[in-house]
Design a binder for this molecule. Structure first.
Ligand code: GLU
Length: 458
């Protein structure tokens, strides 16, 4: 069974990059009839917050990405790393038993000096293996005397981690570039590197799809996986999403939390469609707004290698398309839910909504653009012909935009009026606006009675 996971750290909000990772994991699992898991990687106790976790879940639900197991679904064991200590303890013991790890007593000061030295020489930062040669009896004695070491994985001499990344191709990391890294901190807590390797194994994760900033972590996690003799998952590292100036997408370079897009009125299917275009191109047959259809067309070997650029103009394009897809009728319903004063007009709203969608591709904008329907404008100057028009409109049947348009045109002609002298004052009186929806639609939505009222208000 194919199993993927999205494993956010609840240290902040869900952003574009994370949402794309979640979506790709979801689509891949669904495309293979597999399972999609949600795990909360909260090994960083200081920075993890429950509020962030709830917000993450809410954002993912809003995006429509349902998971088969996660912190909110009852199960035998927790899907929060902070609550899975027993498993890490168990596997730490195993690592100790097979001599894959050793205790390290190096002080923060020593490590800081080491880092300084390495960076001044332009070398990659890594542990120099100082405590590796400590005789076991001495380590034992120091621990018994109350010293608390961290534990490091002892990478075999000359060892190298190689793996074939689905997106990036063959990768190779000699042990020397990694150094013996920490798997358990000196307060007894597991590091992210270790906890996630254990969890991916215990949860039966077959495919790890995540941002390419994790490539160095993958090499280290594979070192643990190989040492334990576990089956390796397949790794697919998706290129990082960049800002318009091709920098890492962050707060200062235009990354916006998903929640903010939701609050601005973006539709979940618009955001999803946009996210799929970051590093992937759905097949021509796929419906970009339908998750099942996207899943059917998804494949990880078609994930692009080059970094995509986050562009809100593209997102806006998908928003327009998604709104058009929902269509006037469905959006009219939403408008009524948002603003009850649209209710009496609901049946006649659809064509107006369809007309202003391009200009106002958000519900709130639609609501504002059409608020003249329930909010009578302050009366402006009245033309002598308006009373007659109101009488004609009141008697008009059938009440359709086409018939209304016919009446307006023949009325104008009969009155000997030019287009501008007729339509402009009429629009101003009916809507209070200089421009907008075609007048026949306005008249249609307002209804004969209301038009007559507005035409005779002065
Ligand atoms: N918790 C990590 C993060 O939020 C992701 C871990 C993973 O995908 O393995 O970046």
């Amino acid at each position: 069974m194919i199993r993927t996971r999205f494993a956010p750290s609840p240290t902040g909000e869900l952003h574009i990059g994370g949402a794309r990772t979640a979506l790709f994991n979801y689509l891949f699992a669904r495309s293979m009839g597999g399972q999609f898991l949600l795990r909360i990687d909260d090994t960083d106790a200081e920075r993890s917050r429950r509020e962030h976790e709830s917000q993450l879940l809410e954002d993912l639900r809003w995006l429509g990405l349902t998971w088969d197991a996660g912190p909110d679904i009852p199960s035998e064991s927790s899907f929060r790393q902070s609550e899975r200590g027993e498993f890490y303890e168990q596997w730490m013991n195993r690592l100790r038993e097979v001599g894959a790890v050793y205790p390290c007593f190096c002080t923060e000061e020593r490590l800081a000096a080491l880092r300084e030295e390495q960076s001044s020489r332009g070398e990659p930062l890594r542990y120099d293996g100082c405590c590796r040669s400590l005789p076991p009896q001495e380590a034992q004695r120091r621990m018994e005397a109350g010293e608390r070491p961290c534990w490091r994985l002892a990478l075999p001499e000359g060892y190298s981690v190689s793996f074939d990344d689905v997106v990036r191709g063959p990768q190779s990391f000699p042990a020397g570039t990694m150094g013996d890294f920490v798997v358990q901190r000196n307060d007894g807590s597991p590091t992210y590197l270790f906890a996630s390797a254990v969890d991916d194994y215990l949860m039966g994760i077959t495919h790890v799809i995540r941002g390419d900033e994790h490539v160095p972590n993958t090499a280290r996690q594979l070192a643990i996986i190989d040492r334990m003799g576990w089956l390796r998952p397949v790794f697919a590292h998706i290129p990082m999403v960049l800002s318009a100036d091709r920098r890492k997408l962050g707060k200062r370079t235009g990354s916006t939390p998903i929640r903010k897009y939701r609050e601005r009125g973006f539709l979940p299917e618009a955001l999803r469609a946009y996210l799929t275009t970051l590093s992937w191109t759905p097949g021509a047959e796929a419906d970009p707004f339908d998750l099942a259809s996207l899943a059917a067309s998804f494949s990880i070997d078609r994930i692009a290698q080059s970094s995509p650029v986050h562009d809100e103009k593209h997102l806006l394009y998908w928003q327009r398309e998604a709104m058009k897809r929902r269509g006037g009728k469905a959006l009219a319903r939403e408008l009524v839910l948002m603003e009850p004063r649209f209710e009496p007009l609901e049946e006649r709203l659809a064509p107006l909504v369809d007309d202003v969608l391009d200009e106002a591709p958000f519900l709130l904008e639609l609501s504002r653009a059409l608020s003249f329907l329930w909010k009578r404008p302050a009366p402006k100057s009245r033309e002598p012909w308006m009373q007659l028009l109101s009488t004609e409109l009141k008697g008009l049947t059938p009440w359709t935009p086409e018939v209304i348009e016919g009446l307006l045109r023949s009325f104008m002609k009969n009155q000997g009026l030019k287009g501008r002298d007729f339509f402009h004052p009429l629009r101003l009186l009916l809507t209070g606006l200089e421009s907008g929806v075609p007048l026949p639609l306005v008249v249609f939505a307002l209804g004969g009675e209301e038009c007559a009222e507005r035409l005779n208000l002065l």
